[in-house]
Design a protein around this ligand. Structure first.
Ligand code: HXC
Ligand code: NAP
Length: 279
């Protein structure tokens, strides 16, 4: 299904598209014909990524410096983007996160994460949605959440709260806007190594190994695997999917959830000894 012109004619904004998973999704979208806009707070990062994705030649990638916590700045950015040409899809990818014992969190620390993830995603979604509805344009929103949006997680509580909210936004608007041609879906990734996540969330080398391998498949995700899933979900090929969250985590959260999953530690001899004896 990943034909070279799969996303031809589609104009897509990826928030936080200058780094990490946002950059990897952007690279794949451009390969498949999309016109890409990336945004973030750091101009130099955006500029370097845009040139890298265009392989050093002018092309279909542009950037907007924007702090998505600021609703007025988001409106102004979306106005500038629309002035050139309307978007066909929005990827809510920008995030902020860190680990902390929750009792030590200051109000500003809570706000820092909720502001980026929950409010920023809402501002971007509403700014685009309003325009799409007014124009009667078919479009879609893809939000990058996490599996702890529904399981919750210790030590990343503001992020868990915010991602749960983004999932609620996805499901709510899928129903409200679906009849008017707008689909909203989400992806819940497991561990995909990025500098932004690893330097904030993985405090020790021995814990990194555990974080990277304690899933059914025993490995981290490859950025290309996530980029291909995102491509499918923003493309017209997923036209009958809305309000859905697709997990791509090597079975990580299910492995943590099943009551008897810990029995993977039993030896072959122990399993054999438990089998009923014949005769
Ligand atoms: C406790 C912390 C803290 C920490 C910051 N704060 N880091 N508190 N522990 N480690 C507090 C500060 O003390 C301050 O509160 C408040 O948070 C705001 O901090 P600033 O540094 O002023 O904020 P800002 O410059 O806006 O930066 C926001 C940020 C930062 C979220 C703190 O990390 C950031 O810019 N992140 C963007 C990229 C990112 O996080 N990428 C990772 C996404 S990975 P006080 O009260 O002291 O003023 C991800 C993966 C999920 O989401 C799932 C993985 C499997
Ligand atoms: P990352 O590289 O740190 O990406 C975060 C991006 O968000 C950065 O480009 C950052 O750019 C941008 N950003 C942060 N605050 C912003 C703001 N206020 N306004 C605009 N842009 C802002 O981390 P990542 O690992 O690729 O994460 C990408 C997404 O995947 C996030 O939603 C994350 O929660 C999700 N995720 C990642 C993993 C993983 O294993 N990596 C797992 C589950 C979910 P600036 O700093 O320049 O603004």
């Amino acid at each position: 299904m990943f034909l070279p012109d799969l996303l031809k004619g589609k104009r897509i904004l990826i928030t936080g598209g200058g780094t990490g998973l946002g950059k990897s999704m952007g690279k794949r979208f451009v390969e498949l014909g999309a016109e890409l806009v990336i945004c973030g707070r750091r101009q130099q990062v955006l500029e370097e990524t845009a040139w890298e994705l265009m392989a050093g030649a002018p092309g279909p990638v542009s950037w907007q410096v924007c702090d998505i916590r600021d609703a007025a700045a988001v409106e102004a950015m979306i106005d500038r983007i629309w002035a050139a040409r309307p978007l066909d899809a929005l990827v809510n990818n920008a995030a902020g996160n860190f680990i902390a014992r929750s009792e030590t969190l200051s109000p500003r620390a809570v706000d820092a994460v909720l502001g980026i993830v929950l409010h920023g995603s809402a501002y971007c979604t509403l700014a685009c949605g309003r325009r799409w509805l007014a124009e009667g344009r078919k479009a879609n929103v893809l939000s990058i959440v996490t599996t702890y949006a529904w399981t919750g997680s210790a030590y990343v509580v503001p992020s868990a709260m915010a991602k749960a909210g983004v999932l609620a936004l996805t499901r709510s608007l899928a129903v409200e806007w679906g009849p008017r041609g707008i689909r909203l879906n989400a992806i819940a990734p497991g561990p995909f190594p990025t500098q932004g996540a690893w330097e904030r969330l993985v405090p020790r080398a021995d814990l990194a190994k555990e974080f990277e391998s304690r899933n059914v498949l025993g490995r981290v995700g490859d950025h290309r695997e996530l980029a291909d899933l995102a491509t499918f979900l923003v493309s017209d090929r997923s036209g009958y999917i809305t309000g859905e969250v697709v997990t791509i985590d090597g079975g990580e959260w299910l492995k943590g959830a099943g009551q008897f999953n810990f029995l993977d530690r039993l030896t072959d001899d122990e399993w054999e000894a438990m089998r009923p004896k014949k005769g």
